[in-house]
Write a protein that binds this ligand. Structure first.
Ligand code: EPZ
Length: 421
């Protein structure tokens, strides 16, 4: 397994070009199962999760020509409808093939995604919604066996909780259903919005894009003619690099971003005393005279994203004062705390609330272990300001969602190298 060795204390400066959003690319790749033509996609992030989903699409019979950040896919000859455990266990977002496969073929078998480090992460809301659309769902031997022999029917779906991939699955299923589907309490993350826009551009009538209520007119299993599209920039990658500038209290600019998608984080940086310059496709963070503590509660978009919680916790260790972080979305998304404690931070947990007593310039380098994608980026951020050398083990977690992280940080002046255990 790979590790990253980071020497803390180096000054960062410069610009970072942000790549396409993993969490937009995953549902969009799955949506090509609904396509009648070659689908051309650009600005695809070069990360492991994308490779995993492409492997699954290949196993189902899809064909593609993939050149790092560009791809052309054709799924017209898809001849399998089973997403096997070996693939799904490595990437739970494989569940995103459930809606399109069922809508197109009237049946599919998708391994139940296990839980993961950050929580049990059930898919009950996805399944209940598909049943509302006429699917018969059976769980056997760890698989979801879904059938809808006469195709899915439009329905009114109310999600008890806002679910990002749940909304995406139902949007894709509804696109090929017979009749109209209304989704109430839908997610409206930018990644969900782009999926809706791409399907709308492929001829699907979708109203309410960007709101919590979506109205989709199904076209009764007629495949869609996709137009070429470019994946939106990754707001979480952008936020992670802005945190790198903040934690080292240096000037840092992220380019190829949509500032509006980052607003909840930008306001938090400003509350902490950093200055933020918003330009059309770029954001620059400037040092704070004094890094102030903040309170964070994670919530759905456009609120503060749970995927930035770990990174901001690392930043809060540099604040002069006490920060309170309440993780409302996942029941176990504090796996990074024990590792940050090993580096000398002062963090205590009480249920979903973490209290971070700032220990500016008191972190020290040591061996730490990555446990999940965003926790691992938080450990890298802490290592940038820890005294001495930190080794972050099991960084396969990091490779799932960050494109060339050590290269980008090295270009900013960080001392970071990759090694093999
Ligand atoms: C998406 O996961 C993202 N992944 C996650 O990013 C992100 O943290 C999460 O949304 C929240 O923003 C992708 O888009 C591929 P949810 P998802 O369904 O869709 C509960 C990363 O780091 N729930 O919105 O799986 C669930 O347990 C990843 O890139 C049910 O109870 O999250 C959670 O508490 C990590 N039943 C809450 O809803 C369901 O059927 C939100 O989950 C579905 C969800």
């Amino acid at each position: 397994m790979d590790y990253l060795k980071i020497t803390g204390g180096t000054k960062l400066e410069g610009d970072v070009v942000i790549t396409g959003a993993k969490n937009a690319a995953l549902p969009l790749l799955a949506s090509t199962i609904l396509a009648s033509n070659d689908v051309k996609i650009s600005n695809l992030p070069n990360v492991v999760d994308i490779k995993t989903l492409l492997k699954l699409i290949g196993m189902l019979g899809g064909k593609y020509d993939h050149n790092i950040n560009e791809i052309t896919l054709n799924t017209t000859e898809l001849n399998k409808t089973e997403a096997t455990y070996d693939i799904v266990k490595t990437m739970r977002a494989s569940i995103l093939v459930l809606g399109p496969l069922l809508a197109r073929f009237g049946h599919c078998e998708v391994s139940l995604p296990g839980g993961c480090a950050i929580g049990q992460r059930p898919v009950d809301l996805h399944l209940k919604a598909l049943e509302h659309m006429g699917a018969v769902i059976e769980i056997k031997n760890g698989y979801i066996a879904a059938t809808a022999p006469d195709g899915l029917k439009g329905a009114t779906i109310v999600f008890d909780k806002i679910t990002v991939t749940g909304t995406e699955n139902i949007v894709m299923a509804a696109a090929l259903a017979k009749g109209n589907t209304t989704i109430i309490n839908a997610a409206k993350e930018p990644e969900v919005v782009q999926l809706c826009e791409v399907l709308r551009d492929a001829g699907v009538s979708i109203k309410g894009i960007g709101t919590n209520t979506l109205e989709i007119v199904g076209n009764d299993r007629k495949l869609l003619e996709f137009k070429p599209f470019s994946i939106i920039p990754d707001r979480i990658e952008a936020g992670t690099y802005l945190c790198a500038g903040a934690i080292t209290n240096q000037v840092l600019k992220v380019t190829n971003v949509i500032p509006k998608h980052l607003e909840a984080m930008l306001i938090k940086f400003e509350d902490m005393g950093f200055k933020i310059l918003r330009e059309e496709n770029a954001v620059t963070i400037f040092p704070a005279d004094k890094i102030k503590p903040i309170n964070i509660t994670t919530t759905e978009y456009p609120g503060f994203p749970t995927d930035m919680q770990a990174q901001f916790m690392a930043l809060c260790t540099m604040a002069e004062g006490v920060s309170i972080i309440d993780e409302k979305l996942f029941e176990n998304r504090f796996m990074h705390v024990s590792e940050l404690l090993r580096m000398g931070s002062d963090i205590s947990l009480n249920g979903t609330v973490a209290t971070v007593i700032g220990t500016p310039n008191k972190l020290f380098g040591t061996d730490v272990m990555a446990t999940d994608l965003r926790a691992s980026s938080a450990l890298v951020l802490a290592a940038l300001v820890a005294e001495g050398e930190t080794t972050v083990h099991r960084i396969y977690h990091l490779d799932r969602g960050y494109d060339r992280l050590e290269e980008k940080l090295t270009n900013l002046g960080a001392k970071i190298t990759r090694g093999k255990e």
